[in-house]
Design a protein around this ligand. Structure first.
Ligand code: DC
Length: 222
């Protein structure tokens, strides 16, 4: 039984910093961490490598169900190969938001995501953690920042990895991805009324982490 195991769901748009905040909150509480976007990225890379057409839902969902993946040593593995960097390229990012629009793919990943729920608790980040995957989460946060700030953060990350990118292209790519993630009919990116809104535009990571922990303590008394 995992019903009593607490979940903190952190949803929000790309490059909002939710992954970093979620990981830090998990570490502070000693909870497990689920980066659900990584699962969608792995499903996409797998489909690209196997030449499964991204718009053909049935084989795409079939390949997703059979994914051979693991999260080990802080890295992502697909068929035994370290693909931590490969899933973060802009090409895979763009393809992932198309793959993630498929209801069949989302269904194929649902149970895999719920398997991350183990004592003493889970912090899960994505787009539909609080709305679909863990609707009974103890705390739901919608974490965002304005698009200029998110683009700067993404741009900095890309430069640190030695990848060149023009700022204008990064902004445009984020806008397109947000639009696709928000417009899809199934599990769209949205600020649901039961999620607390956290705008990190003017916050440091420490402040954002502190706010989520404070809300969690208020909710649960822990
Ligand atoms: O969080 P991220 O940028 O790694 O997510 C990659 C893509 O996957 C993004 O286009 C949104 C999609 N995604 C989703 O649809 N649902 C989730 N729970 C997580 C990610």
């Amino acid at each position: 039984m995992t019903n009593h195991v607490p979940v903190i769901a952190i949803d929000g748009p790309s490059a909002s910093g939710k992954g970093t905040v979620a990981e830090r909150v998990a570490a502070a509480l000693g909870f497990h961490y689920l980066d659900s976007g990584a699962l969608y990225r792995l499903a996409t890379l797998n489909a690209l490598r196997r030449q499964v057409p991204l718009d053909d839902a049935v084989p795409l969902a079939g390949a997703t169900r059979e994914l051979e993946i693991s999260f080990r040593d802080g890295k992502l593995w697909l068929d035994g190969e370290d693909v931590t960097e490969a899933v973060r390229t802009e090409a895979v990012s763009a393809a992932t938001s198309r793959v993630a629009a498929s209801p069949q793919v989302r269904e194929a990943l649902l149970e895999r995501q719920r398997l991350f729920l183990r004592p003493p608790g889970l912090v899960a980040d994505g787009r539909d953690m609080g709305s679909v995957v863990f609707p009974h989460a103890a705390l739901k946060v919608f974490l965002t920042a304005d698009v200029g700030t998110r683009a700067e953060r993404r741009h900095k990350q890309l430069m640190e990895k030695g990848m060149c990118a023009k700022m204008a292209d990064v902004v445009e790519e984020l806008r397109q991805r947000d639009a696709r993630d928000s417009a899809r009919p199934v599990a769209p990116l949205r600020h649901y009324p039961d999620a607390l809104f956290l705008d990190t535009t003017a916050l440091t990571i420490d402040q954002a982490v502190g706010q989520v922990l404070a809300w969690y303590r208020e909710r649960t008394g822990n």
